[in-house]
Design a binder for this molecule. Structure first.
Ligand code: APR
Length: 260
């Protein structure tokens, strides 16, 4: 039984993604060569204290990240995951990414554990705004109350959005397969998700260019770039599904079948 068999035979397959899935779209990852945390100090840009100290600096960084993503396009990894959902195989995508590329590739059931670059929240009245393009004014102000808007993302030291976390844990507890792609698996509580799935008996299939903190619990480790491995996996799954359908043709349907 290989990874494609396991995924094709799954009853509740979920996908857990990290920045590595967007790397081939030209969106930088956080750790490793060329990662964002190599060039910027997270405590200076991705914490509530940093925002309180200098909201303009933080927004300049987030506007730059919005511009990078706005110019980027989903890559074959995103499309393969969306295809597996359209086939009814993938039930949910639980992502640490804030770039919205899963949704742009057609994934519908996406749980954003770390929020989104494409939402801003008023620190005063709590209003949340969808952003269709990078902000112009930094820091942006709330149209409703004039308060300061902040990126609707989870910063270090902040709790995850309650509803997203609850949905993610529910899927992880129900999953019989969790496909983990492009994450170093070192940032908690998000990184608990594959462990929760494993504890509930799920098979762990990992896709990464190198080993990660998840690899020790992986039942299958598919070494390679997500943009190559995931489309190949999706093709193989499609083949297994059609072979299964051919080998067990449905009997005459009750409605409208002409009994001999
Ligand atoms: N294909 C597959 N995996 C890749 C690719 C690729 N093309 N390129 C990089 N990777 C892998 C790296 O080997 C690494 O394991 O993706 C992972 C990226 O790890 P991180 O940069 O740590 O990103 P992530 O795991 O998503 O970080 C989690 O940390 O800073 C916070 O909030 C931020 O959501 C982020 C969280």
């Amino acid at each position: 039984m290989d990874a494609a068999d396991v995924v094709a035979k799954s009853k509740h397959c979920i996908v857990f993604t990290g920045a590595g899935v967007s790397a081939e779209s030209g969106v930088p990852t956080f750790r490793g060569a060329g990662g964002l945390w190599e060039r910027y100090r997270p405590e200076e840009l991705a914490t509530p204290e940093a925002f309180a100290k200098d909201p303009e600096l933080v927004w300049r960084w987030y506007r730059w990240r919005q511009e990078v993503v706005h110019r980027a396009a989903p890559n074959p990894a995103h499309y393969a995951i969306a295809e597996l959902e359209a086939l009814g195989v993938v039930k949910a995508v639980i992502t640490q990414n804030v770039d919205g590329l899963h949704q742009r590739a057609g994934s519908r059931n996406v749980v954003e554990l770390h929020g989104s670059l494409w939402r801003a929240r008023c620190v005063k009245c709590g209003a949340v705004y969808r952003l269709e393009k990078p902000v112009e004014e930094v820091p942006p102000r709330c149209p409703r109350c004039g308060g300061l808007l902040r990126p609707d993302v989870v910063w270090f030291g902040e709790p995850l959005p309650q509803e997203a976390w609850a949905r993610a844990v529910e899927h992880a507890a129900e999953a019989d397969v969790v496909l983990v792609a492009g994450t170093s698996g070192v940032v908690y509580p998000a990184a608990y998700i594959p462990h929760i799935a494993k504890k509930h008996g799920a098979v762990v299939v990992e896709v990464n260019v190198e080993e990660s903190a998840i690899t020790p619990i992986a039942d299958f480790f598919l070494r390679g770039r997500a943009g190559e491995v995931l489309p190949r996996l999706a093709e193989e799954v499609k083949k297994r599904l059609s072979t299964r359908r051919e080998s067990s043709p449905r009997g005459p349907s009750a409605i409208g079948s002409s009994q001999p």
